[in-house]
Design a protein around this ligand. Structure first.
Ligand SMILES: [Zn+2]
Length: 269
């Protein structure tokens, strides 16, 4: 994949510098016990037993993720839905993460019928009612087209991150209609396991190959998406390993809003 903006790279960032933008979607924070038992082979036995005994909730990993990010001096963006699960049980956790500097974006559920009003309702709920102030958005199922992007722009979101790099044809951010910054997704955990059917070892090799390809192409920004609910599943566990690998290669970690600020301030010069 070509980089359309090599001058930008050399003048603003210096050769070879890549920002790693860390993001997590939250599609669920709990599952029925029958579901957990059905997919038990995806978990470590000790984690599974602790879950079955009610000592932990395998699907609530916000603080675990924040802790391992803290270890490498990183913060990330959590995309939180208004519609997919009740936020009450996790609200205090999200509020404390937000107070500590983690970013909360909206994980929007897009519906064609009354879509405008329903997205506005989700934003109002997170921003005005819960006070979480999302500055950016990612669609659940990455549903995205011109209509969706125009809704997001009209609602005042600063950025969207619902488009894959393969769709965008690039890794780096780009402006849509001069108002909404698109942050294409370079790598998503669900693709490795759900779509490509990789095991953990082959997933690691593939991730390394894909990230090196993006970095070697000269891209300045790479957006990673790891779902919060999968953090203790096979595959999700690779996130910690990946963070350390990137940290050891001296890449800088950003939240989406940081990437937005870096990109926009570079344009102002
Ligand atoms: Zn989702």
């Amino acid at each position: 994949m070509g980089n359309a903006n090599n001058d930008f790279k050399h003048t603003i960032f210096g050769y070879g510098m890549t920002y790693i933008v860390l993001t997590h979607d939250a599609d669920s924070v709990s599952k029925p016990m029958s579901h957990v038992l059905r997919i038990r082979s995806r978990f470590r036995l000790t984690d599974l037993i602790a879950h079955l005994l009610g000592l932990t909730n395998l699907y609530d990993n916000f603080h675990r993720i924040a802790d391992i990010e803290d270890d490498v001096g990183a913060k990330s963006t959590f995309f939180i839905p208004a519609f997919l699960f009740p936020l009450d049980p996790v609200f205090d956790e999200l509020k404390s993460l937000s107070d500590e500097g983690w970013e909360i974006g909206l994980h929007a559920v897009v519906e064609r019928i009354q879509g405008d009003g329903l997205i506005r309702m989700q934003l109002n709920y997170l921003r005005d009612y819960l006070g979480l102030r999302p500055m950016g958005v990612r669609s659940h199922y990455l549903i995205c087209d011109e209509w969706v992007l125009s809704l997001y722009a009209n609602l005042g979101f600063r950025y969207d991150s619902s488009i894959r790099c393969e769709t965008a044809g690039r890794y780096d951010p780009y402006l849509i209609r001069d108002s909404l910054l698109e942050l294409p997704i370079t790598l998503m955990d669900a693709d490795l396991f759900g779509r490509l059917h990789l095991g953990e070892d082959s997933a690691w090799r593939f991730m390394e190959w894909k990230l090196k390809r993006a970095i070697n192409s000269g891209s300045q920004f790479i957006v990673l998406l790891f779902h919060q609910e999968s953090f203790r599943m096979k595959g999700g566990r690779l996130y910690s390993k990946l963070l350390w690998w990137l940290h050891e290669h001296e890449h800088e970690f950003l939240r989406c809003i940081d990437a937005y600020n870096v990109y926009m301030s570079s344009r102002a010069h």
